[in-house]
Write a protein that binds this ligand. Structure first.
Ligand SMILES: *[C@@H]1O[C@H](CO)[C@@H](O)[C@H](O)[C@H]1NC(C)=O
Ligand SMILES: *[C@@H]1O[C@H](CO)[C@@H](O)[C@H](O)[C@H]1NC(C)=O
Ligand SMILES: *[C@@H]1O[C@H](CO)[C@@H](O)[C@H](O)[C@H]1NC(C)=O
Ligand SMILES: *[C@@H]1O[C@H](CO)[C@@H](O)[C@H](O)[C@H]1NC(C)=O
Length: 409
């Protein structure tokens, strides 16, 4: 008995010197090696692989139209599949020269283009949806063979001078129209069709009466729908393992967002049009966050980046703005990475300058297309100190991200 206790205490001493016991201790962003140290995947770093491996960014990169008097936010990069030297960036930008404070109702969704690699600089190409349309994120749906653009908003008349106005785009909010998730679809990234509001809030007293900040990921698999499966079974959607299900992660808050901003996960088993069912009635973790971005990695694990509303993060309150959360199954349990900051407010540039941004939010990733799902670039909306304007930056992650940033076409 004494021996066993000695053995156990020796073991716990040994373990306490180890960074990891399982891959969960490596934030599922790497593997726990036999020596008890995490071996992080590319783009991740730190003892627990919980920090993005950010590298110096191109000083003139991203989508920065502030010199022309235009602010932007929420950028998502997509490589053109027919013209590999062309990258598209979908973003919201504010009409009438309005700054970030007037995102509602002045936000519209635009497409910008870069022929100098995915890090930009991007130039305006076309309007996708007029005001009020905000929070765009684009994902390819293999089940539909189309790109889907999830966003919030509804067509709204705006006045010529920047001013707030009360309006609604559906139940959950009648102050700034943020509640309710809509989808556009496109086969060529240039022409977009409105497919409807796929998720609505409600006027209840629930914690998530107001639903906003959508981020989607297709759970699509075609497994055993290959040559071996009978054509009849495939036709009726009965191939074992086949799913058109769509994952939708959102931020909820009480009616008119009069309370905590928390995160939940919903899924539609029947494709992107819904109905979306919440995986549980409660938020998936108690820490306040907004702006989730969700993806499934090469191992089948699920991850989120979040804009943290902790006291040292939030809206200009401090540098702790970027958090990571992970789960082996989207149904949970989800672990919120409160130990290691995923990214902060400071960005280093390749000309040796550094900017410590006032606000840095709405993280989204641009991934490699080699099947590894390696994050190459982190895009965020940023606002400098003492400026009402905002813009969109793209920061390379790890060596692969630096290579992508410097790619010449
Ligand atoms: C964005 O543009 C503004 C206005 O030209 C400039 O002051 C700022 O330095 C630019 N930001 C970056 C990161 O280059
Ligand atoms: C929700 O409340 C708004 C006003 O706050 C109202 O216009 C709308 O009709 C209500 N919707 C429902 C479904 O009750
Ligand atoms: C994920 O969880 C759901 C619900 O508990 C379960 O049906 C499914 O099999 C799980 N998926 C995996 C890959 O474990
Ligand atoms: C991090 O989260 C864990 C689990 O919820 C909790 O026990 C711990 O107190 C948290 N740590 C900090 C620094 O908030």
């Amino acid at each position: 008995m004494v021996r066993l206790q000695l053995l156990l205490s020796a073991l716990s001493v040994a373990l306490s010197h180890q960074a990891c016991v399982s891959d969960d201790d490596c934030s599922l962003n790497g593997v726990c090696s036999r020596t008890g140290a995490c071996k992080c995947d590319p783009a991740w770093t730190g003892d627990d692989c919980g920090a993005l491996d950010v590298r110096p960014a191109k000083r003139n990169g991203g989508y920065n139209m502030t010199a022309e008097g235009t602010s932007s936010w929420c950028s998502k990069i997509v490589q053109d599949p027919w013209d590999r030297g062309l990258h598209h960036l979908f973003a919201s930008e504010f009409t009438h020269g309005c700054g970030l404070d007037y995102w509602a109702p002045y936000s519209r969704i635009i497409r910008a283009e870069s022929r100098t690699g995915p890090a930009g600089p991007y130039r305006f190409a076309a309007e996708v949806m007029g005001a009020f349309a905000h929070n765009p994120t684009v994902v390819y749906s293999p089940a539909d063979k189309e790109w889907l653009l999830y966003y919030i908003g509804c067509p709204t008349q705006v006045s010529d001078t920047c001013q707030s106005q009360s309006f609604t785009c559906g139940p959950g909010n009648d102050l700034n129209g943020e509640s309710g998730v809509s989808v556009l679809s496109s086969r060529d990234l240039r022409h977009w069709d409105f497919k409807g509001q796929v998720m609505q809030g409600d006027n209840s007293t629930d914690w998530d009466a107001d639903v906003t900040n959508p981020t989607a990921f297709p759970l699509y698999t075609s497994s055993s729908c290959g040559r071996e499966a009978s054509a009849a079974a495939a036709e009726h959607g009965h191939c074992p393992g086949h799913t058109d299900a769509m994952l939708l992660v959102y931020r909820g808050c009480p009616f008119n967002c009069g309370g905590s901003e928390l995160i939940n996960v919903a899924v539609s088993e029947t494709g992107y049009k819904g109905p979306y069912t919440k995986i549980e009635p409660d938020p998936i973790f108690s820490d306040p966050n907004e702006d989730p971005f969700v993806w499934r990695d090469k191992r089948g694990n699920f991850h989120m980046l979040l804009h943290s509303l902790e006291p040292d993060g939030g809206f200009g309150w401090g540098p702790q703005v970027g958090r990571h959360a992970w789960a082996r199954n989207y149904t949970g349990p989800w672990t919120f990475g409160n130990k290691t900051l995923a990214f902060g407010t400071e960005v280093q540039y390749d000309d040796g300058t550094t900017i410590d941004f006032f606000r840095r939010e709405r993280p989204e990733l641009f991934f490699s297309e080699d099947g590894e799902m390696t994050p190459l670039l982190l895009t965020t909306g940023v606002q400098e100190r003492n400026s009402p304007m905002s813009y969109s930056i793209a920061v390379p992650l790890g060596d692969a991200g630096v290579r992508a940033q410097n790619q010449q076409y």
